[in-house]
Design a protein around this ligand. Sequence first.
Ligand code: NI
Length: 226
Amino acid sequence: MLPIREVLSGSALQRCREIVAGGTWADGRITAGSQSEKTKNNLQLPEDSTAARQAAAMVLDALSANAMFFTAALPKRIFPPLFNCYTGGANAFGPHIDNAMRTISGTGQRMRTDLSATLFLSDPGEYDGGELVIDNAGGAQPVKLAAGDMILYPAGTVHRVLPVTRGARIASFFWIESMVRDNEQRRQLLDLDMAILELRNSAGDTPAVVKLTGCYHNLLRMWAEA
Ligand code: NI
């Protein structure tokens, strides 16, 4: 589980919020599987709507410029970002697990979902409740981030969204197929990458740092599928 701060910020965040707010919401069960549709009760922008397409392009642009996202996710394919809203009577999503395989609409291309992502577009002050709760080995972890911040988490975890009791919680959500399928391998690569970065900043590109960088790339070569 990794929060990535300010994936969207400033005028881009503002513009994305405006586009999404101007869209027409539909029942969120349009993308749910047969099991999760029983617990899913929210609103969603239809994926082929103008608002969803424009806002999704903005999110993809922001992701492509985000070095932390790249090193953490090592993305191979990204599902076109979707947008949901929890408010009023459509305010919660019970415990469920995301489908392992999804078809990218329009292309018919199938992808495996290794990571799930939620990019918060509403600020925590704009609503009560609405925590994304992720069950992992450490127990149930509630997540509620600032507008523009994103949480990346393994797609194989049971998760839910608690009822929103005031205001509206608007977010973007999507999935990533990673070049490195295994969560633990991906985590080791991220730790190594971060440690090398710290060493480069403090000691420069010493011969040992160059060797460690070689180890990183050789592990990536061993584990990644492009
Ligand atoms: Ni989900």
